[in-house]
Design a binder for this molecule. Structure first.
Ligand code: S0N
Length: 278
């Protein structure tokens, strides 16, 4: 793929090619652990990908072969969250802790385009929660998955717990969190946490092939199916998103446009001409 790089980032790389956006966490010296700046940049990149109508599928990955993401950067974890002095965030710059990975998790689920986690190496802690939040996961055969929270003094009681449980089942999710073990790519595939395991050398080509297969499908149908899957687990917020999609589709109908035109033309709307569907 002839990836075209764009944007001014320090902690991530944003690239596009042939309808695909690839977002890479670029802190390999820390196994791609995230700090507040990383998360703000990821949010910005996902925002760009969402608004780019040429982009139909988004890939989230980590730089290098050793790690997808090892979660929150433990070396800058303060007493009330992650602090940062990179100038990216006035709050974290003052030494006030941030937990902004939650905003990113919600964003990944709300973005109306499929997001594929492309995982080589470690997918650990808050990094593993990110891949759980992605729509699909393609793993290299060197990938290792796990949660470390109860070992390092943190936990994710949101998507990291109950979305994981929905993904792998309650008993397995409890095992993952209570024991903090690591699991191979094959084990993760068996428990339903990843869609496919491929040799490391084929990771990107396989992920791109999956993306291309989705790009051949109806974007609106993919949007609605993604929304439908998340509605169940996201409660009122999921319903609100699904309702927004229904409104968008209604606006595209002649029936809705008749109401708008009648208002503009100061006449009574002629809704009689539209069928009352069974
Ligand atoms: C991944 C592990 C198992 C790899 O071990 P290995 O192969 O022995 O490599 P290392 O030598 O350990 O690592 C190589 C270098 O990378 C640094 N490094 C690795 N991970 C991190 C990290 N997470 N933070 C900072 N640095 C990291 C190593 O230190 C080493 O560099 P040097 O040699 O210079 O020291 C192993 O590395 C490991 O266990 N890593 C830690 C994994 C972990 O515990 N992650 C944090 C888990 N918690 C979270 O993610 C927070 C949860 C969260 O995000 C959240 C949830 C809900 C609500 C809010 C939040 C929020 O906090 O925002």
């Amino acid at each position: 793929m002839d990836w075209q790089r764009s944007g001014e980032y320090t902690d991530i790389i944003y690239e596009t090619a042939q309808g695909i956006a690839k977002i890479t966490i670029n802190r390999p010296e820390r196994h791609n652990a995230f700090r507040p700046r990383t998360l703000f940049e990821l949010e910005q990149a996902f925002h760009v990908a969402r608004d780019d109508s040429a982009v139909g599928v988004i890939i989230l990955t980590g730089a290098g072969e050793a790690a997808f993401c090892s979660g929150g950067d433990q070396k800058i974890r303060g007493d009330d969250g992650y602090v940062d002095e990179t100038g990216a965030d006035p709050v974290a710059d003052q030494g006030i802790g941030r937990l902004n990975v939650l905003d990113l998790q919600v964003q990944i689920r709300r973005i109306p385009k499929p997001v594929i986690a492309m995982v080589a190496g470690y997918s650990i802690g808050g990094g593993n929660v990110l891949q759980v939040c992605c729509d699909l996961t393609i793993a290299a055969d060197n990938a290792r998955f796990g949660q470390t929270g109860p070992k390092v003094g943190s936990f994710d009681a949101g998507y990291g717990s109950w979305l994981l449980a929905q993904t792998v089942g309650l008993k397995k999710a409890r095992e993952i969190w209570y024991l903090c073990r690591q699991y191979t790519a094959e084990e993760a595939e068996r428990m339903g946490m990843v869609n496919a395991v491929v040799p490391l050398a084929e990771l990107e080509s396989t992920t791109v092939a999956w993306a291309q297969e989705m790009l051949e499908k109806s974007p609106l149908a993919l949007r609605m199916v993604k929304g439908a899957m998340n509605t169940v687990t996201d409660g009122a917020a999921g319903m609100q998103q699904f309702a927004g999609d229904a409104t968008m589709l209604y606006y595209m109908s002649e029936e809705a446009q008749e109401g708008r035109e009648a208002f503009k033309q100061k006449r009574a709307p002629e809704f009689d001409k539209f069928p009352r569907r069974p």
